[in-house]
Design a protein around this ligand. Structure first.
Ligand SMILES: Nc1ncnc2c1ncn2[C@@H]1O[C@H](COP(=O)(O)OP(=O)(O)OP(=O)(O)O)[C@@H](O)[C@H]1O
Ligand SMILES: [Mg+2]
Length: 240
């Protein structure tokens, strides 16, 4: 579904993403891990059109070239992301946030009541349906993160990019969110590409894990393979 080949992104003399190759298949949960500054967020930003990669790289989604497209066009292709620093529309209600997602995904054919139905369904999916009329800005961070997820789901993505959606949550909240992510794959057949430093959570649910270190992909395998990979232990896991 998503194919990334020979993708690099430089900031001046720093190569933040260094000739990275991988693919993500339908309905697959792929974890992206690696030390701080490894290039994980930069890779997300490059896939979603915020940054242009160095010439020569290729990023395609279902065969469509994504390089050169704007973020909103890439989102319309079905590639939707959440942010490392949560970004809900704070002045809007919880329901309105999710409605915005629903309209974004299908602005031509949806009417308001259909969009609300979709939004409500997404809120139920993440467990926020009881909070629909609250102002999003007053929710605790854990629930703002759930709301970002609901807004993304309401737009009917095919691939969700989640950047540290579980960071700062309590262990119980992380477990709940991990279960929601599993259900996104199992019940909605949406592929998930998930960056997280909470390796236990990501290992418990991912079909495959990609490891970045200093911009380079150093491993790509099942959680079991990654846990015992010498390079990964040395670069990242050993320090945890
Ligand atoms: N806009 C930018 N301008 C210059 N350098 C940047 C920019 N964005 C990121 N970098 C640098 O690129 C490298 C990769 O950063 P990135 O944020 O992608 O890492 P990360 O893997 O997401 O780290 P973390 O786990 O801390 O979120 C770092 O050295 C960072 O300082
Ligand atoms: Mg990051």
């Amino acid at each position: 579904m998503l194919e990334v080949s020979n993708v690099s992104k430089k900031f001046g003399g720093l190569t933040a993403v260094d000739n990275v190759n991988f693919e993500i298949n339908d309905s697959e949960i792929v974890g992206l891990i690696g030390p701080n500054g490894a290039g994980k967020t930069t890779l997300f930003n490059t896939i979603t059109g915020i940054y242009q990669p160095e010439p020569g790289g290729k990023i395609t989604f279902d065969g469509t070239n994504l390089i050169g497209s704007d973020t909103h066009q890439i989102a319309r292709e079905g590639v939707i992301r959440t942010f490392q620093i949560v970004r809900v529309f704070k002045g809007m209600t919880v329901l309105e946030n999710a409605v915005a997602g629903a309209f974004f995904g299908d602005e031509k054919s949806l009417d308001r009541s259909k969009a609300e139905e979709k939004a409500q369904e997404a809120l139920e999916f993440v467990g926020l349906d009881g909070k629909a009329d609250m102002s999003a800005g007053v929710l605790p961070v854990a629930q703002q993160k759930q709301l970002e997820l609901a807004r993304a789901l309401a737009s009917d993505p095919q691939l969700l990019l989640l950047d540290e959606i579980a960071s700062g949550l309590t262990p119980g909240e992380v477990e709940d969110l991990t279960n929601i992510i599993r259900r996104i794959r199992d019940e909605r057949s949406i592929a998930v590409f998930w960056v997280e430093h909470i390796t236990d959570a990501i290992m418990s649910v991912a079909d495959r894990i990609i490891v970045l270190n200093s911009g380079q992909k150093i491993a790509d395998g099942t959680p079991k393979e990654i846990k015992t990979d010498e390079r990964v232990i040395e670069a990242y896991l050993g320090a945890n």
